[in-house]
Ligand binder design. Structure first.
Ligand code: HEC
Ligand code: HEC
Length: 368
């Protein structure tokens, strides 16, 4: 081993190291909330995605403006380099490179590309399925569902790529004794000769400012571009006449045919007489038809409202039962709930028809 040199060069500038370790934290958070947590944690997952977006935008900028080894054009991506490196690995050798080694460089390109696609598909799911975020008004539910398949596939690819990356780090560290983790912390690599201008503190400072600027601009954009209020008007008459015995269900919870059936049989409405006079009947029927499940593009309209079996109760749809399988009869008999059809007791936004995850608030004493 060489004696430690007087001054080993800074290879990884401060913004790049900050980027790297923030990325580790953010991707970890996104992966854990994405794979293991209930859907109500979706907000945390999405905030991680927002942070990831900023970090990636910064990295792309820094790939052109950063110090020598942060810039993409210095990545050793040539085929010869990769072949030589792989051959050496097979022979049990790995040369210490000042920046990335050729295989590592491709790894980084792959990781960054996967992460960019993950973020884009994430915005598609968020906008299409949940009607939230900057794409909410642009993307339909079906497109969001398709985006989810892609998002999940990419997440799998990312997990695989991260495993390979970590394996590479372990091999470099323990077999070839290159302290590359330490280099990503201190920025310095001992015993290599660096190319390019030495990293100046001003350059690093500028990088950190760019990162903060990206974060600020993105936060501003995302808060001014919140979800549009969906056109879910309410109707006084409907609320009054149909909200007595149970909440006045949002029209998007049933299909046009189902509403027709219900309105045709009001005199024998689940064992009750809910008959209306002709004018009221007209008004309510028109209201229900204007906003039924077939005209609405929310998750609940697709999954509960548009179910195939005519006249099936909302609570009998497979989707509903799957979403509520952790609740018991005892939970429903809680004084603040009374019945499972009292959606409003747990869904604070039931009247708007949104049924957002972050609007689920269980009354005290109900565990789930
Ligand atoms: C006199 C009381 C009463 C009135 C008024 C009433 N309902 Fe109902 N409704 C019921 C009962 C009881 C049920 C069955 C609820 C249950 O199973 O707990 C029901 C169920 C429903 C369901 C089915 C929910 C499901 O699980 O799929 C819909 C939809 C519905 N009512 C719509 C209406 C509409 C529209 C009106 C106004 C025209 C109305 N109701 C007025 C008593 C009423
Ligand atoms: C006792 C409380 C309670 C009642 C009553 C209730 N829900 Fe829920 N609902 C929940 C909980 C808790 C979840 C979250 C389940 C999860 O994410 O694991 C949920 C999830 C949902 C979801 C999925 C939301 C999403 O975006 O993933 C929909 C849709 C929904 N409920 C619709 C309804 C409808 C319609 C009714 C009335 C017929 C209803 N719920 C009644 C507690 C309730």
């Amino acid at each position: 081993m060489n004696a430690p040199q007087e001054k080993s060069p800074i290879i990884w500038d401060l913004p790049l190291r900050f980027f790297h370790w923030s990325m580790v934290a953010v991707v970890f958070t996104a992966a854990v909330t994405g794979y293991f947590f209930e859907e109500w944690w979706l907000d945390v997952h999405v905030y991680a995605g927002y942070a990831l977006t900023c970090l990636l935008i910064f990295r792309l900028i820094w790939g052109f403006l950063g110090s020598y080894y942060s810039r993409f054009h210095t990545f050793p991506l040539s085929r010869n380099g990769v072949v030589t490196h792989l051959k050496n690995l097979l022979k049990g050798k790995s040369e210490q490179h000042a920046g990335h080694n050729p295989v590592g460089a491709w790894m980084i390109v792959g990781l960054l590309a996967t992460l960019c696609l993950l973020v884009v598909s994430g915005f598609i799911v968020w906008g299409g399925q949940e009607n939230k975020g900057p794409l909410a008004s642009l993307i339909g539910y079906q497109f969001g569902e398709w985006g989810e398949e892609i998002h999940e596939t990419l997440a799998g690819i990312l997990m695989f790529a991260i495993s390979i990356h970590l394996l590479g780090v372990l091999v470099e560290t323990f077999i070839f004794k290159h302290p590359i983790v330490q280099a990503m912390i201190t920025g310095r690599k001992e015993g290599v000769s660096a190319t390019g201008k030495p990293v100046s503190i001003w350059h690093s400072l500028a990088g950190m400012l760019i990162l903060i600027g990206v974060g600020a601009a993105f936060s501003y954009w995302i808060t001014t571009k919140q979800q549009p209020p969906m056109a879910m008007s309410s109707n006084e008459t409907y609320q009054q006449e149909c909200g007595d015995c149970h909440p006045a269900y949002h029209p998007s919870l049933r299909s046009q045919n189902d509403w027709q059936q219900i309105m045709n049989n009001l005199s024998d409405h689940y064992g009750e007489d809910a008959s209306l006079d002709a004018t009221t009947y007209q008004e309510i029927t028109a209201f229900l038809n204007s906003q039924n499940a077939n005209t609405f593009d929310t998750e609940v309209a697709h999954k509960v409202g548009r179910h195939d079996t005519p006249n099936q109760r909302m609570t009998q749809t497979r989707y509903w039962q799957k979403k509520h399988d952790e609740l018991t009869e005892t939970d429903y008999s809680h004084p603040d709930i009374g019945s499972k059809v009292n959606c409003n007791a747990c869904h604070k936004d039931a009247d708007s028809g949104r049924f957002d995850d972050d609007q689920i608030k269980l009354p005290k004493g109900v565990h789930s």
